[in-house]
Design a protein around this ligand. Structure first.
Ligand code: NAP
Length: 292
């Protein structure tokens, strides 16, 4: 069994990006600049955004954090997005989800200039991805592709089962695994909360990508020998023995599933760090495109 070490691979990717930034600096060029908008003070969202800003520093990017209050109106947020769309200094930006109830998420995603949409959530970029055109691929699915690629995990002709159909993970993942090319060329089954007899489906899978957010959902009896398991789930579970009072767990019963798997991602240290690395990669791509 091989652990797909997202922490290590993401560090390799960050080193590669830092080397690119160094070349830009040596040539006197502008370095990539990522901005992040966060609305409200949700603890997990603040942690994610903080890690993104820290990652920018690590690779030599410029970063801007825009913090808006929980009572921000939709119009105020749309105005801020327009500002970032028009600011030539900003190469790419993200709007951290979830947003407070008074704000329509779809309106916000549509307002982001697709050329700066480094999260790859705008319908233009999602459509390009589905049509095999070059674009920003959403960071989490992009990170999973990169992990499979760097470990040389065969995907051609395999049966990939994706659990969860969210717009940011499950749905794009199902499209990408079925694309022509590597990683891809899989036969894909997309499952969700209305799927019947899910164990019958997962136990036929060569590759399982689990993105539902239910701790220990995927158990050893649901998988076959030598399965490849990618655990996207991140759930905070109360744990008084830890200084922070909680621990992070995935969707997979790692202790038992890992005994049957050929490759498996841990949580933490698997898909999570890859997501941030690929957001940086998309921002680098945005800078390169803006140079043209
Ligand atoms: P989400 O929007 O929370 O949706 C969950 C999906 O799981 C839905 O499609 C839902 O089906 C499906 N589902 C729920 N219960 C199910 C069940 N019993 N059987 C089969 N499917 C079921 O998903 P998300 O935003 O993709 O997040 C999923 C998990 O990944 C969360 O733990 C999140 O924190 C984590 N995450 C991690 C990263 C990372 O960087 N590692 C990035 C993003 C998300 P319906 O559509 O029918 O409701």
């Amino acid at each position: 069994m091989t652990i797909l070490d997202g922490k290590k691979v993401s560090n390799d990717i960050k080193d590669e990006i830092a080397a690119e930034v160094k070349k830009m600096q040596d040539k006197g060029e502008k370095v990539p600049h990522l901005a992040a908008i966060i609305v409200g003070n949700d603890g997990a969202s603040l942690t994610y955004v903080g890690s993104k800003v820290k990652a920018c520093e690590r690779v030599g990017f410029e970063s801007t954090l825009v913090q808006m209050s929980n009572t921000t109106s939709e119009i105020e947020l749309l105005e801020k997005i327009k500002e970032l769309n028009e600011n030539p200094e900003i190469d790419g930006f993200i709007v951290q989800l979830p947003l407070p109830k008074q704000i329509n998420e779809q309106k916000v995603l549509l307002a982001v200039n697709p050329d700066k949409d480094v999260d790859g959530f705008h319908p233009t970029n999602f459509g390009k991805m589905a049509l095999d055109m070059s674009t920003f691929i959403p960071a989490t699915p992009f990170g999973i592709l990169e992990l499979l690629d760097r470990y040389g995990v065969e995907t051609k002709g395999k049966h990939t089962v994706v659990i969860g159909r969210s717009h940011i993970v499950g749905r794009p993942m199902s499209i990408l695994m079925g694309r022509k090319g590597f990683p891809g060329n899989s036969t894909v089954t997309l499952t969700h909360s209305h799927t019947k007899n899910i164990t019958q489906i997962t136990s036929q899978a060569d590759i399982i990508i689990s993105a539902l957010g239910v701790p220990n959902f995927l158990k050893a009896e649901m998988v076959k020998d030598d399965v490849v398991v990618i655990d996207v789930g991140i759930t905070r579970v109360i744990d008084e023995s830890r200084p922070r009072g909680y621990k992070i767990v995935g969707d997979v019963d790692f202790a038992n599933v890992s005994k049957k798997a050929s490759y498996i991602t841990p949580v933490p240290g698997g898909v999570g760090p890859m997501t941030i690395a690929m957001l940086l990669k998309n921002t680098l791509l945005a800078r390169e495109q803006h140079k043209l």
